[in-house]
Design a binder for this molecule. Sequence first.
Ligand code: XUL
Length: 522
Amino acid sequence: MPTVLGLDSSTQSVSAVVLDTDSGSIIHEETVSFGGDLPDYGQPSGFIPGGEGGEVHSDPLMWLDALELLFERLSASEVNLGEIAAIAGSGQQHGSVYLDEGFADTVRNLDANRTLKSQVLSHLTRQTAPIWMDTATSEECAEIARAVGGNAEVCSRSGSIAIERFTGPQIRRFAKLHVDAWELTGVIHLVSSFMASILAGRSVPIDHGDGAGMNLLNLASGDWDDTLLDATVPGLREKLPPAQASSTIAGTVSSFFVEKYGLSADCEVVLFSGDNPCSLVGMGASRPGKVVISLGTSDTLFAAMPEPRTDPNGYGHVFGNPLGGFMSLICFLNGSLARERVKEDLGLEWADFDREGLAKTPIGNEGRLMLPFFGPEITPRVESSGVVSVGLDSAEPAAVVRAVLEGQFLNMKVHARWLGVDPETIYLTGGASRNDGIAQTVASVFGVPVSRLSVTGSAALGAAMRAAEASCGIPLEELEASFCQPEPGSTVTPEEGAGDIYNDLEQKWVSALHEAFSLTND
Ligand code: XUL
């Protein structure tokens, strides 16, 4: 009976999900939150408060303490840790941990009578780890892009233009600012590969899924790109673990976890990946055709892609799909906050949002439209935020509600076209996906059925499924059938006539976009 464990080392917590792959059920879930469970670190949201100049760092030792506490809780639960056949994990993307050459030896000989933290501490050449929220590297992004011959070149090689939170620019900044510590650095790990190294008891490779979030991996070759490496810091290859397929087995679990928590010495560790690549798997969307739209503070759209295409405008990102091929990630900053603003301004409750809005207006809104950029936007890149309306009268709340939603989903449709993926189904998730009118609007704008999935912890679940697939050989279809089913009765199909109406509205919407904002590439 293969039992597998998925871990997720996220911004605010480290969590676990244990799957029984025979019965197709989740046996146990466990979370250690940095704020609630490890208050002494003073990082209630998972990062050190008060960073200056856009710096957002976290403490890698806190992640290790959380990992130990998580295993303590798991061993006190109904889970028999000795039965776990394989472990894989997920990590917040882009964050980097800087270690000396001695790390590899120490991690091979972890002593079960001491804490992980006490053994790793002296190997950190940088006490803190910049994470994905860090925006301090604008200068380094510009330098890298210039050295490579422009952002279009960075994007076509690595899948993204040079981005502040991505690891390459972060590494460059460290090498520039802390020359001595840089010299002492023997290996740089991502959050995912750092945690996997601890579990596997050896300094492990970086997987293609998370590696693609560094502005350093050549998508086409799956290896580090020498041009990007040189533009970032000459000699960088020596300090990077190799890049390998996400399904690679890193080895068996470290004796530390066998002795201390009773894991089996045969339990295999599969390379960890990024949280977004793992979520793609956990949402049941790792094969092309299913597109996931997650409606949250920011909205995201992600999808598996058969080939390594890149966004000609440079808004979207391409990462490795942990099950082979590639995936896109497109982020839209004006998500829930924009919907919230309209709801508040019109004095509506959520329950009325579609009843008072969508139900009282025809699809396509008779050509009335909105560019819903209530704050700065990254897709498309709009710095001077501003809502632009055409034909809308604020005295008609119903039309305004429809306009914000149609505007958001047309924006997604237009800016997801470069993927070259014709979605067969859209999986909708996140808070606002509960709203029937919103789900209906997504179906009509995209012209495909929309199903709702309420997977909590899709990154940990996806990691566990990856472990089951790569180490235990359980077919993905079987895992998806057990763990990734849409909620019964949640599927909505496009409204009649939606195709023609939204084709017309899209053209008008794109013209309004160009007229309102001088976008460089769009
Ligand atoms: C993706 C990104 C975040 C992090 C944290 O590019 O920055 O989604 O992975 O979850």
